[in-house]
Design a protein around this ligand. Structure first.
Ligand code: DGY
Length: 329
């Protein structure tokens, strides 16, 4: 069969695909425009795409031969899954393999923002370190403080567990109870408002959907402590960036660390000017090991889907119920 890969991913994943199918890879190191994806999908049965590719209804309906979509990411808000399901196309993601790298990035941002690492680095490089100064770059302690985990799924759980060495009180907000966190850390499930009010550090680990879009806005920032540090490694639109600018500028909170943005790759110019904000270019899963595992996982999902099997990480398995039903009818 024929597969289109929207961007070069690590070779082990591509090699798996090459063994069984004919693949075309976007030769350029850039995100393709919608029409380019549509053009490349002609006569392709498989699509391996990135979180930067918007695979909407138009794209899906433009590809009559398409049988399987494998996303090279755990988040799949870039894909219109209902449109794919309607067409009987399975969609897969890459859960698990990026859990620790993402949780590690959340910690890196937490420390960078709280201990003002980037400000310190800049100041030192600029030749402005004039000797030990009792008032230079004061931040906050992490040890013994309260950690608020918003979204206690795989990544939120891994992030919380890594707090063990810092002897923190852990609160979490989630639809479901997380007995593992409760047992391991004595974590407490609380309402979002309570997390915002009590936590010294708030880290967001939610997937993006209509109920989480702008979950953190002006009202929520006003509830937070003025010493709080907010971290987001999930999806940008969970935070209302305009309110974040206000909260950081007017010191409603102490600092923030972001790996994701509302309108990636565009970044609100007002955010860039803020010193109490640490920025990363959506790089939480960017380790050699993780990206290779993601490539293999996405390829294995795609291969299974093209064989007509349920991909190991299918996000719309109901496609197969429908297929079985149609087959029986
Ligand atoms: C994902 O997989 O959803 C991450 O955002 C990639 O870094």
């Amino acid at each position: 069969m024929n597969i289109f890969v929207t961007r070069k991913i690590p070779e082990p994943g591509l090699n798996l695909l090459r063994k069984h199918h004919k693949i075309r890879i976007n030769p350029e190191n850039r995100v393709l425009a919608k029409q380019e994806i549509i053009d490349n999908l002609a006569k392709k049965e498989g699509l391996l795409c990135l979180l930067t590719d918007k695979i909407d209804k138009d794209v899906i309906s433009s590809a009559p031969d398409l049988k399987m979509i494998a996303n090279y990411a755990v988040g799949y808000d870039n894909i219109d899954v209902s449109a794919a399901t309607e067409r009987g196309i399975p969609v897969s993601n890459t859960p698990g393999v990026l859990t620790d790298s993402t949780a590690e990035m959340a910690w890196a941002l937490l420390f960078s923002a709280t201990r003002r690492i980037v400000e310190g680095d800049n100041l030192t490089r600029e030749g402005k370190f004039y000797g030990w100064d009792p008032n230079l770059l004061l931040g906050h302690d992490v040890t013994g403080k309260t950690l608020g985990v918003v979204g206690a799924g795989r990544i939120g759980t891994a992030f919380a567990l890594k707090s063990k060495g810092f002897d923190m009180k852990v609160l979490y907000y989630d639809e479901h109870r997380n007995e593992h966190l409760e047992k391991k850390l004595g974590a407490k499930k609380v309402a979002l408002e309570e997390i915002l009010k009590i936590s010294d550090f708030i880290s967001i680990h939610l997937s993006l959907n209509e109920s989480t879009r702008h979950l953190i806005g002006e009202k929520e920032f006003k509830i937070m402590k003025d010493t709080a540090v907010l971290i987001n490694t999930s999806r940008g639109p969970v935070i209302d960036e305009k309110s974040l600018v206000k909260a950081l500028k007017e010191k409603w909170i102490f600092a923030a660390g972001l790996d994701v943005y509302e309108n990636e790759p565009l970044i609100n110019k007002k955010l860039i000017k803020l010193k109490n904000l640490v920025l990363q270019p959506h790089a939480a899963s960017a380790t050699f090991n993780t990206r290779t595992k993601m490539a293999i996982m996405a390829a294995e999902n795609l291969l299974a889907g093209l064989r007509g099997e349920i991909p190991p990480n299918c996000v719309n398995p109901e496609v197969f119920d429908n297929k079985t039903k149609n087959h029986k009818n």
